[in-house]
Structures are given as C-alpha cells and as structure tokens.
Design a protein around this ligand. Structure first.
Ligand code: GLU
Length: 451
C-alpha cells in the first residue's frame, strides 16, 4: 500500500508540476489514509486515490475590467469543480494576489473531505482570482465582480455548483456577483451562499466559521474533562473567521488576546476590544495599526519587526492557539515557541494554516490538534443550511441555525474521534477526520461506477 500512495503522489507531481500547496494537502490526506487503505483493498482495486486526485473539471478564464483611471486590466479567474460524488460542488471563492491554480486546488481538495465530514450532501469545489481587492474603490470591485460572474455563471447552478466567500470575498462581493447572475439569467435562486439577509442569506452564516471553530475546540476540551472557560487564547487574522472566533471565545468566558492582518499584529493583554476590532475591520476596512492608536495600552507589532521566519502572534503565551488567517502561517519554529510557552491546543480556523512539520511536532508532543477540515467546517455547513432555506423558501431564526451548527460540529468531532479509535490511534483527529471524510466520498464513487 505504501507504494500505491507513493505512486499516486509521484504521478500527481509529474502531471501537475509546481503545485506545491496542492501536494502539501495531498500528502497530509494520503498519509492519514494508510491504515484504511491497508485494511480494505477495495479502495486500491477501484483506484480511488488516483481518481480523486484529478478534479472533475478545472475552469480557468480571463477577467477583464476597467479601473477608475479608465485603464483596461485583466486577472485570472478559477473554478475547480473537484468532486460531486456526494452532492453539488460547494466551496468558496478567494480573491487575493497569491491565488494560483495550486492554491485553488489545495483548497478544493480539502473541501471535498471537509464537506463530507459535515454529514451533509455537498461535494467539493473552490475558485477565485489573483485580483487584489485591497486599495480598490467600490466601483472597481463591482466591475471586477460583474466581469468574474459573466464567465462563472456558465458553470454554476443551485444543483450544480454553489460558490461562497473566502479570503477577499465577503457580503459585498457576493452581492455584486449575485446581482450580475440574476441579470444574466433572470432567475432568482440560491446559486451563491453568504448572501445578504434581505435577499436570501441565512442568519448566523457570517458568524458560522468562527463560532464553529470554537465549538469544535470546546468539544476537544470537554472530551478530556476541560473547557475553554478562563483560558488565554491567541488568534491570528482579523477577517470573518478571526472576529467571530473572538466573539464566541468571549461568550464562553475565555480571554482572546491577539489578532493580526497583513501588516502586523495586536497583542492586547486585557483582551481584544471586539467592538473596536469590528469598527476597524467591518465598517472602515482599515489596518490594525488603527487599533493601537485607539488603545495605547495594546501592543502593535508591524510585520517587519516579526522574528525572522516566524509569526509573532505565536510568540504570545497562551493555552490555545486559533490560526484563523491563511495557509502555512504556523510553522515548526512557531509551534516550538507555543509549546515552550505552555500551549495545549491548536485549533485551525483557516485552511491548512499549519505546515506539515508543525503538525508532526504537535503529534509527537501530544499537543491537542483540531485539524482545519474538521474545525473550520462550520462555515460551509451553514452555507448548506442557507441552501436548504432557499430551496424550501423558508427563513430560520438565528437560534435555530446556531443550534444546528453546534450539533454539526459535535457530529464532526464524534465522527473523527470514533474513527481515530477504530484505527487504533485514539484522539488523532487528523487521521480520524481524513479517513471519515474520505471513506464516505470513496464509497460513493464505488457505488456510482467508473465515472
Ligand atoms: N470558504 C469557506 C471554506 O473554506 C466556506 C465555503 C462555503 O461556504 O461554501 O470552507
């Protein structure tokens, strides 16, 4: 079986050169699958690993738009429809200058198993563009979103593929894209999630990834007879995921003390001022340096002053760390520092925030670990709840959605934990989540024949 996995990885590297982030996600999943593949030869017989590494379809397109100076600009748009074995493709759109096919493929690949773990009928996909929304006017963002949707609209549909937000894509961008879809097709249907509350969005969707991440951490801690209450927590990021992680941590009486953006980080030993953070990020879309101006007690560390090769957020002592910004933001040096400072839990709010060697270190040193595809699945799960409401023309109360979200996070924890026990590695949630997520998709592929 070793060879089977090795060969699949080699073939991927050969056929898709240079896709480093994609290989990283593949390695992480395939390594965990070994005990399942060893125990059941049917997955090799049906060549599932080789098949699942090739997306169903990859759409790459030009997105031309006109900036405020009247200059014609162009970006690259992507939608990778990875697997619809268990439901329509589902996954976010990321607008960030770092976006390329490797990034979209790693995210799409993770999304297959994350969506499967939720227990809901959603397949895996991801898209985006190398467009940088930072510093763009509202008009420029609107024209970009309209152009992006003119092409994307040909490939999506409420039973085909339902995109949502991710980094750089929030309610405003979803609105501009939804408006364009409606105008192009004259149809009012749930082809995107994360919509505004007045026009088909679900209550609690904005909060869902952050809330879900903390619910997951609480499940991990409850399982060992502990809880997050009274604990100091560090959080990276200051987008949707980070903000609502901080909010839920406060609701559970924990103490969140950090957040960060692409320019630097804030350490507020008294606890992050959530109202101030929301005003800076959600209302004014400003840099976190504004936080320090408003609260001179808080420490602002600009990114230029970070220790070499490290993320300064992880130098702050904490009981639990919530990486909630982006991929590979927590490396081996960072985890060693966290460990030295007494950190007991790393719970991934972002997608693939920990490097492979950092994960290995956590496992060797028995640091509790909530892997991304389980811990941050609350966002996409609540997107599915939005799809359900759209399809049945209902609107649920906040508490109903939040209760379902909490139940789903518990289901994901229980399933991942039980699967880790089944494969004699109790508490290894990475292994449990990967095997459980994969098994449902793989068994569905076998049922559906060679397609
Ligand atoms: N971008 C989010 C994720 O990484 C949400 C996707 C969705 O709601 O479809 O899971």
């Amino acid at each position: 079986m070793e060879n089977y996995v090795e060969n699949a990885l080699k073939a991927t590297i050969h056929s898709t050169p240079g896709q480093t982030e994609f290989y990283q996600a593949v390695k992480e999943v395939l390594t965990s699958l070994k005990p399942l593949l060893d125990a059941d030869p049917k997955y090799a017989h049906y060549n599932i690993v080789e098949r699942i590494l090739i997306p169903d379809r990859q759409i790459i397109f030009r997105v031309p738009w006109i900036d405020d100076a009247g200059k014609i600009r162009s970006n690259i748009g992507y939608r990778v429809q990875f697997s619809n074995a268990i439901g329509p493709y589902k996954g976010g759109l990321r607008f960030h200058p770092s976006v390329n096919l490797s990034i979209i493929k790693f995210l799409g690949f993770e999304q297959i198993f994350k969506n499967s773990l939720t227990g809901l009928a959603i397949g895996g996909g991801k898209g985006g563009s190398d467009f940088d929304p930072k510093g763009k006017s509202e008009g420029e963002i609107m024209r970009f979103c309209q152009s992006f949707m003119i092409e994307l609209s040909k490939y999506i549909g409420e039973t085909i593929d339902v995109p949502a937000g991710d980094i750089g894509v929030g309610g405003r961008e979803i609105g501009f894209m939804y408006g364009t879809y409606k105008r192009l097709t004259n149809r009012y249907e749930g082809i995107l999630t994360g919509k505004g509350l007045n026009w088909g969005g679900s209550l609690a969707r904005t909060e869902a990834t952050g809330f879900g991440s903390v619910y997951f951490a609480e499940n991990i801690l409850n399982n060992i007879g502990d809880s997050i209450k009274g604990k100091t927590c560090t959080i990276s990021g200051s987008g949707n995921v980070a903000i609502y992680t901080i909010q839920k941590l406060y609701e559970l009486e924990a103490k969140p003390v950090t957040c960060s953006d692409s320019h630097g980080m804030i350490y507020d030993k008294n606890g992050i001022d959530l109202t101030l953070l929301k005003t800076i990020k959600e209302v004014h879309r400003q840099s976190l340096s504004e936080y320090a101006k408003a609260k001179p007690d808080a420490q602002y560390i600009p990114i230029e002053a970070y220790p070499k090769g490290m993320n300064a957020v992880w130098s702050i002592p904490c009981f639990a760390a919530f990486p909630s910004a982006t991929q590979n933001e927590l490396n081996l040096e960072d985890i060693k520092t966290l460990h030295k400072n007494g950190c007991r839990l790393v719970n991934e709010g972002a997608n693939m925030p920990s490097t492979l060697d950092a994960i290995a270190y956590m496992q060797e040193n028995k640091i509790l670990f909530g892997p991304a595809k389980a811990a941050n699945a609350g966002g996409v799960a609540t997107s599915q709840l939005e799809m359900s409401q759209n399809a049945s023309m209902q609107k649920w109360h906040f508490a109903k959605v939040d209760t379902k979200l909490r139940d789903i996070m518990k289901h994901i924890f229980d399933l991942s934990y039980a699967t880790s026990q089944e494969f004699n590695d109790e508490g290894n949630l990475l292994l449990g989540a990967n095997i459980a997520g994969f098994r449902k998709v793989a068994d569905s592929m076998i049922d559906q024949g060679v397609v």
